[in-house]
Design a protein around this ligand. Structure first.
Ligand SMILES: NC(=O)c1ccc[n+]([C@@H]2O[C@H](COP(=O)([O-])OP(=O)(O)OC[C@H]3O[C@@H](n4cnc5c(N)ncnc54)[C@H](OP(=O)(O)O)[C@@H]3O)[C@@H](O)[C@H]2O)c1
Length: 289
């Protein structure tokens, strides 16, 4: 449970990320449904559905969200952030904490839009927050202090594991854990197909693949062992696993994964640069006019 000072949480954006966070916060008992207020751009039916499902309050007014929340979660698409920030100007004060989950939006942009002294935490969760297994990295903005970081860690702790990193690491975080679920999904697709190719039915192959991935992840987590050690333990000389690993090595499995993470990191950086401060400022100005 968050301390009382930070229990009132407002969501700017009522999409899938906001809903996953609401579900996690309520499920983990971090706050109470009446302490959560949600707003979006225009889809009233979406607000009604969230109110019905979770018992949270909803409003069309950003002024009302800011007046009745201590933590403001910025959960619009990155392209909609300048407009949302322009609408929040003058409503957010240094007593708030702004937590932005918008990919690629620097803390400095939010700080500049909302004014001096506003504490901002930028977070990079991944889609597994929908099942409360996100790998989330949080980074502090210029005005955020230990207390703000702790509040953000408690919030994201409700939907998975959290680490604190310097903001400049967030492109690498995006390349590894942000895009990471897709790498594992691809691995699972390939394993299921391979199982069918060697004679299993699709249902059996799918079940065995799912449980193998889940079991391997739990082995790493619950034993605390290095995956390299666990791999060596299951690889007997001249056995089946060794034959398979040899093929993976010959076909460049490890270097392909390294290159994939490197490219995703570079793409995240590029996308951030497309929103370079100058361009962001112009967007913000045009959104405000
Ligand atoms: N989905 C994930 O698992 C995931 C993972 C990591 C990071 N993220 C980040 O989370 C953010 C949200 O993603 P999402 O998948 O939840 O998006 P989404 O489902 O499209 O939801 C976006 C929400 O923002 C609202 N919105 C847009 N402009 C607004 C404004 N000016 N004021 C108030 N609300 C506004 C939309 O309202 P209307 O529907 O009324 O237009 C909608 O409720 C993105 O920035 C993304 O980078 C998401």
């Amino acid at each position: 449970m968050l301390v009382e000072r930070w229990r009132r949480i407002g969501f700017i954006g009522a999409g899938s990320m906001a809903e996953a966070m609401v579900a996690g916060l309520l499920g983990a008992g971090v706050t109470f449904a009446p302490s959560i207020v949600v707003t979006n751009r225009s889809r009233q039916e979406r607000l009604d559905a969230m109110a019905l499902r979770w018992g949270v309050r909803t409003t069309r007014s950003k002024a009302e969200v800011c007046a009745s929340a201590d933590v403001l979660v910025l959960a619009t698409k990155p392209a909609d952030v300048p407009a949302a920030l322009a609408q929040l100007q003058g409503l957010v004060t240094p007593r708030h904490l702004v937590v932005s989950v918008a990919a690629g939006i620097p803390c400095a942009l939010v700080e500049e839009a909302l004014g001096e002294g506003i504490p901002v935490i930028r977070a990079m969760p991944n889609t597994s927050c929908h099942v409360k297994e996100s790998a989330t990295a949080v980074a502090r903005g210029r005005w955020a202090v230990d207390e703000h970081e702790q509040v953000a860690r408690t919030i994201f702790g409700a939907v998975g594991a959290v680490v604190t990193v310097p903001e400049e690491w967030l492109d690498a975080v995006t390349g590894l854990s942000g895009s990471g679920p897709a790498y594992v999904y691809l691995l699972m697709e390939a394993l299921t197909e391979a199982g069918v190719e060697v004679g299993l039915s699709p249902e059996v192959s799918r079940l065995l693949t799912r449980q193998t991935v889940l079991g391997a992840a739990r082995m790493v987590l619950e034993t605390g062992e290095d995956p390299a050690l666990l791999r060596r333990k299951v690889t007997s000389p001249n056995g089946t696993t060794m034959a398979a690993l040899k093929v993976l090595e010959e076909m460049g499995f490890v270097s392909a994964l390294r290159e994939a993470v490197r490219r995703a990191t570079a793409r995240s950086r590029e996308m951030g640069e497309e929103l370079a401060p100058e361009r962001a400022r112009r967007l913000l100005e045009s959104a405000g006019t």
